[in-house]
Each structure stands twice: as C-alpha cells, then as structure tokens.
Design a protein. Structure first.
Length: 204
C-alpha cells in the first residue's frame, strides 16, 4: 500500500530491553490516562501545544538518529527530524479507536512496537464516525515487536488507523505485509505492548 512501510527487527532484543527500562524509569507525572487499558507519555512538549518546548532525552534522541540514518525519515522533505515522541502503553487486549494524527504534525510518522505483536487496522475515514474500535478494516498490518512502521503522505491523511479491542489476533487475508515466516491463520496472543511514536510537530 502506498506510503506505508513496515521494517522488521529495526532494533535488537537487547535494544528493546534497554528501551523498556528507560520507559519504566519515566516519572509517574509524565503519564496521562487515556481509554481503559492504555496510558500515554510524551516528550518534546505537550501534544496540544503548537511549539516544541522540551528537548528529547538521550535515549529518544538516539532512536531519532537511527531513524534518520536509515533513510526512513527524509529530513529535507519533512522540514526536520522528529521533534516530538509519544509512548503509548497498552495492556493486553486494549484497543485504539480509528483516527488520524491530525494537522499539527508533518504527514510522516514512525512507530516502533515493543513488547508484543499486534495487528494495526487501516480504515476508511467513515470508520471514525461511530468510533468503533472493532469496525471492519480495509486492511491490516502485522506489527511484530521491534518493528518500525512508517506511515506517510496519502496514507497519513487519507486513512484512519486503529487497533481492535481483543485478546488475540489472527493472520487472515486482510493482512497485507505477511512475510515468508508468517503463517496464514496464525493466532497471535497479545501481551503488554508499547508504541514509541515519532513525529515532527509543526511550528505555528
């Protein structure tokens, strides 16, 4: 699908352990509650503020550098490297209502998945009208733990993305990024998962 890329094993298992240790060390006041089963922390200023007011900590800056070096973040096209990072923590089975990330950010986002595999569902914009996490998707992406998902351009602005609320996922015909080691019909139990989301907040 245009403007969507999933890179398996973007970080190593040792890197994942170190990143989860950094996330666990974040002070409690940085976390905010969201929907049941999910909480969010952010670095680089509050999401609703139009200007970046906070530098990124070293462990996030190292990931930013790795993403830029990989070529998955075209700095000149976007207007700069990621300057804002959100970490979402999901309990096993928690979902995410279909949505877009909005006009505050440049239309390019990279998301690193940690802790558990999950299916990310892609929806037509009408899916957000009823805010149904379990609405039937147009397609799904398999996000293995330690993978990086790049979501950009027309896909960023023209599709909604969400996660169905369920305890396990099944690799069916709607999953568009299966690789040789993935078995159609495979059942993937969900565990606790963290998504580390990199965006470029626009200065307004």
């Amino acid at each position: 699908m245009p403007s969507i890329t999933v890179v398996r094993n973007f970080v190593s298992a040792a890197d994942e352990d170190a990143l989860l240790a950094n996330i666990a060390a974040a002070p409690a006041e940085r976390w905010t509650g969201g929907r049941p089963g999910r909480r969010t922390a952010n670095w680089g200023g509050r999401p609703g503020e139009p200007f970046v007011r906070e530098s990124l900590p070293p462990w996030i800056s190292a990931l930013v550098d790795a993403i830029v070096r990989s070529g998955l973040w075209p700095v000149d096209t976007i207007g700069g490297p990621p300057n804002h990072c959100l970490v979402n923590e999901y309990e096993a089975g928690a979902g995410l209502t279909p949505h877009t990330d909005g006009v505050m950010y440049a239309p390019h986002v990279c998301t690193l998945s940690l802790g558990s595999d999950v299916l990310l569902d892609l929806h037509a914009p009408s899916a957000a009208d009823d805010a149904e996490e379990n609405a039937r998707p147009l397609a799904s992406l398999l996000l293995r733990r330690r993978s990086l998902n790049v979501y950009a351009g027309p896909a960023y602005s023209g599709l909604f993305h969400g996660i169905a609320q369920r305890e396990q996922d099944v690799l069916d015909e709607r999953v568009i990024n299966l690789e040789a080691e993935d078995a159609p019909g495979e059942i993937i139990p969900r565990g606790r998962r963290w998504s580390v989301v990199f965006v470029h907040k626009l200065q307004r």
